[in-house]
Design a protein around this ligand. Structure first.
Ligand SMILES: NC(=O)c1ccc[n+]([C@@H]2O[C@H](COP(=O)([O-])OP(=O)(O)OC[C@H]3O[C@@H](n4cnc5c(N)ncnc54)[C@H](OP(=O)(O)O)[C@@H]3O)[C@@H](O)[C@H]2O)c1
Length: 301
């Protein structure tokens, strides 16, 4: 049997339950793993709250990303074998807050030896998104990338990617995250009222790329720092970004391979800052749901 977190109906945290399930069997293109670590993301609670549609079959397993050891592969899987260490995204209908889970073979990559399971588990969602959002508009050395929400899971990795490319990176976050943001090499600007003026104070020409990881009013308040509205790219609130003249992030499978490569060479640290056991998974989700997580929160079953 495999302990798995599910939510039983769309709603609040009280609908989450740890249950015992049979160890899953892979379909042709899938990979089953013993989970070593799983990353917690805002999408986990947003799906549970019904904010991302109501097409999930209930009870719905929770958790989108994980690293672990392959215990079974589907008949069409050629790249992985039992015993391999991998990281990837959960297959449809499966969740990673579990002792065993099923990954989509096409969204799974080998875990480099240099990467711990904990760091690897933070890459498929947050790392892949950080890669995609920093590459949707290609900047040149010295151009300015402003990140709203720079102290969270996606933001810290996006800032590090920007520094690898020698962009002028400005990270907007709350004062408690100043040290974390500055450790990426980015210039820190405090979020909240007046943030747009503070950004202009350190980058008078404005942003060549404005990455939004927060959405809503904070995005509206800072949008004017973009040199052109079309350079606003949002992971958090594509609707507001589009209304302002920008776009939502376009996710790619390439992003996972690329971010795994840069993390392997130590160029990006996923900043795992809090670890919980599977029995504590509800606390871990609550930390992310509160909306002010610093770096990545992971589960280690
Ligand atoms: N489309 C996709 O494929 C995709 C993939 C991954 C993530 N996302 C979305 O991208 C967003 C960021 O994800 P994440 O994993 O980085 O989340 P996270 O780790 O929870 O970080 C979010 C950050 O937003 C900041 N924040 C919250 N309220 C703010 C405000 N009013 N003003 C300024 N900053 C504020 C928080 O920092 P402070 O405490 O400093 O305020 C926090 O560090 C989420 O909405 C997530 O759902 C989308």
């Amino acid at each position: 049997m495999s302990k798995t977190l599910v939510f039983t109906e769309f709603g609040g945290p009280e609908t989450q339950q740890l249950i015992d399930r049979e160890v899953p069997v892979p379909e042709a293109s899938q990979v089953v793993i013993e989970v070593k670590a799983a990353g917690v993301n805002p999408a986990d609670w947003k799906i549970r709250a019904g904010q991302m549609g109501d097409h999930w079959k209930l009870p719905a397993p929770m958790g989108r990303e994980a690293s672990g050891i392959v215990t079974a592969v589907g008949s069409d899987v050629e790249d992985f074998a039992v015993g391999d260490e991998v990281l990837g995204l959960a297959a449809k209908g499966h969740g990673t807050f579990a002792e065993h889970t099923v990954l989509n073979g096409k969204q799974t990559v080998a875990k480099p030896e240099e990467l711990s399971f904990a760091n690897a588990a933070a890459l498929p969602v947050a790392g892949g998104t950080a890669y995609d959002v920093t590459h949707q508009i290609e900047l040149e050395i010295g151009q300015t990338m402003v990140i709203l929400g720079a102290g969270g899971g996606v933001g810290l990795m996006a800032a590090q990617i920007g520094k690898v490319h020698q962009f002028n990176v400005i990270g907007v976050a709350s004062a408690s995250k100043q040290e974390l943001v500055e450790a990426t090499g980015a210039t820190f600007v405090e979020s909240g009222d007046g943030a747009a003026d503070r950004v202009r104070g350190v980058a008078s020409d404005g942003a060549d790329l404005l990455i939004d990881l927060v959405g809503g009013q904070p995005l509206r308040d800072i949008a004017s720092v973009a040199k052109d509205p079309s350079v606003i790219i949002s992971t958090a609130d594509p609707a507001t970004a589009e209304e302002l003249g920008g776009a939502g992030v376009e996710r790619t499978n390439e992003g996972l391979e690329k971010i795994t490569g840069v993390a392997e060479y130590g160029l990006v640290d996923p900043n795992v800052v809090q670890r919980f056991s599977l029995d504590e998974v509800q606390q871990a989700i609550a930390v992310v749901e509160e909306g002010h997580a610093a770096g990545k929160v992971i589960i280690e079953p």
